[in-house]
Design a protein around this ligand. Structure first.
Ligand code: SAH
Length: 391
């Protein structure tokens, strides 16, 4: 079978080229062609010799996921559906703001974690995405939005170069697909590919504790943790992975993660850097009416997280059919925010974007053929129309 070069980060590409008797610098050339020029046809890679181009065509391909829906959206937010084979499709969302443009990337077809309030969880789980399918979402966005990836790191998005930030906050649990996600993030950070800074690449996890430690070692990026509850009893219900990795363990892992952060002055290049790029963890906290949103919960949260350098991001619940939850009223969200702020925590409320296209947090349903035996009542599968587009 031919190797998909979109699956390979710089070190894997160097290995690939060594295997076919080629020099390491070929990796750099190919990364630039594929990710910066968007070229998927070896015959167009004009600084490679004809012999090498033929050799590559015989052994490798560059295969991006197929787009099955044109980008669409109302409030500037745009969403794509990308086919990942077997009738499955995943979603990628672009959220433009005044000072940045954020791309929200999926890591799995479906999700196995079954968080009580999440549409993706209700779809069930099909499989991990490959590195090509993960980084392919950025490849697509850059093409479709007309951005120049190497400019993205400047963080000054304009109409021509809109992607300045990437968040691993789409469908799936990124740390449950560790190897492929880390390889894809290496490509996003690579100056020969997308050149994102580690601060502008955020991974969000429901709390797979051992993988948080591994991430710190292998690819420290900004970390967000979906906390959602101030005690184990409630978190066990809302985020069931908590039964395996309870809050005490999770918060200790968060502390270890930021303890490893280094000040900017010590960094000579992002490749030499060890440790987290930011000295705080962002705790995401979903606001569910009457479930986890009382001032008492907020005070419990303050006590719980006192020893962790962190910021809070409150996420108003985004509804989906038969979710069984409702969004907290604004006044209640404000009161909750005030308790945290008064205790000295920087606390923001996530503006809900993309709700009109089911593109907001937790609404990404894509098209997932569940491969697991599921509980009754969790079998809703939303199917969207396919348009069959390619770049
Ligand atoms: N599995 C990872 C990545 C998902 S990120 C994680 O759990 O962090 C998406 C964020 O949106 C998470 O914080 C998730 O808990 C939250 N979320 C899920 N469903 C939601 C919903 N219906 N409304 C608002 N936020 C939701």
């Amino acid at each position: 079978m031919k190797t998909n070069l979109l699956d390979l980060d710089a070190s894997a590409l160097v290995e690939f080229f060594a295997g076919i008797g080629e020099k390491p610098y070929r990796a750099r050339q190919v990364l630039r062609w594929v990710h910066q020029a968007g070229e998927t046809d070896f015959s167009q890679m004009t600084d490679l010799s004809r012999r090498l181009r033929e050799k590559l065509s015989a052994r490798a391909v560059i295969e991006v996921p197929h787009s099955v829906s044109a980008p669409h959206g109302g409030d500037g937010t745009r969403k794509w559906l990308l086919s990942v084979g077997g009738g499955n499709a995943i979603e990628t969302v672009f959220i433009p703001e005044r000072t940045r443009g954020t791309l929200c990337i999926s890591s799995q077809a479906g999700c196995a974690l079954e968080c009580a309030f999440c549409a993706t969880g209700r779809q069930g789980f099909n499989r991990n995405l490959t590195t090509a399918e993960i980084v392919g979402q950025l490849w697509w966005a850059v093409r479709v939005l007309g951005s120049e990836p190497h400019k993205a790191r400047l963080g000054e998005p304009d109409k021509a170069r809109p992607v300045s930030n990437v968040v691993m906050m789409g469908m799936g649990e990124p740390l449950a697909n560790f190897t492929n996600v880390v390889r894809a993030m290496h490509i996003m950070l690579d100056d020969n590919a997308y050149g994102l800074s580690r601060r502008r690449l955020t991974l969000s996890t429901a709390g797979i504790v051992p993988a948080i430690d591994r991430l710190r070692e292998e690819c420290p990026v900004a970390l967000a943790v979906s906390l959602h509850a101030p005690n184990d009893a409630l978190r066990d219900v809302l985020v069931p992975i908590n039964r395996k990795y309870p809050l005490r363990q999770l918060l200790a892992a968060c502390r270890r993660y930021v303890d490893a952060s280094l000040g900017d002055e010590m960094v000579t290049s992002k490749w030499q850097r060890k440790g987290a790029p930011r000295d705080f963890v962002t705790f995401e906290y979903i606001m569910l009416d009457g479930v986890n949103d009382s001032p008492l919960h907020a005070r419990e949260l303050v006590a719980l997280t006192r020893d962790v350098p962190c910021k809070f991001n409150l996420i108003p619940f985004n509804a989906f059919p038969d979710s069984g939850f409702a969004r907290s009223p604004d006044s209640r969200i404000r009161a909750f925010q005030e308790v945290l702020a008064n205790a000295g925590f920087v606390t923001t409320v996530r503006r809900t974007r993309g709700g009109d296209i089911d593109g907001a947090c937790g609404q990404l349903a894509g098209r997932v053929h569940d491969r697991r035996t599921r509980r009754a009542g969790h079998s809703t599968i939303r199917v969207r129309s396919a348009e069959g587009r390619r770049p």
